[in-house]
Write a protein that binds this ligand. Structure first.
Ligand code: HEC
Length: 121
């Protein structure tokens, strides 16, 4: 169900349930919190550029792409942190987002023009 059709359903239930009127607003707020879907899942690329590139494409952290790192390891490091790297909680990156991100990083080829050793003359 899409967010807008959920909202329409919420309003319909509250209109019917709220006679007298003063209950309409509390009813809407309560049902909206219960029924409206949590923040939509971001794509791997969005999480990567929102959260990881700040360090992992700037040399603060090591390059992660093109190394076939195991997805389980990427997930564990992102969730629990590793030395200088902070941990990211579920409210920052959901489990589903993290699983998608870990697979994406693991399978991602090395960027062209990035991290390439200089060719011998
Ligand atoms: C504030 C900077 C910072 C951010 C943001 C950050 N990292 Fe890191 N990350 C690091 C540093 C620094 C290391 C190296 C830690 C060490 O071994 O000392 C690291 C290491 C890692 C490693 C281990 C790599 C290896 O070769 O051992 C993984 C996997 C990793 N980060 C994943 C992620 C993911 C996924 C994100 C985004 C969700 C992320 N990191 C965001 C700084 C960061």
């Amino acid at each position: 169900m899409s967010a807008s059709s959920t909202a329409t359903a919420v309003i319909r239930v509250c209109r019917t349930a709220s006679r007298p009127r003063p209950l309409l607003l509390p009813c809407l707020l309560t049902l909206a919190v219960i029924a409206l879907p949590a923040q939509a899942q971001r794509s791997a690329e969005e999480v990567w550029s929102d959260t990881c590139t700040y360090c992992h494409t700037t040399g603060i952290g090591p390059e992660l792409r093109g190394r076939q790192l195991p997805p389980a390891m990427i997930q564990a490091f992102a969730r629990y942190g590793v030395r200088q790297m902070p941990a990211f909680s579920e409210s920052e990156i959901s489990d589903a987002e993290l699983a998608t991100l870990a697979n994406w990083i693991s399978q991602h080829p090395t960027q062209a023009n990035e991290e390439k050793p200089h060719a011998a003359p």
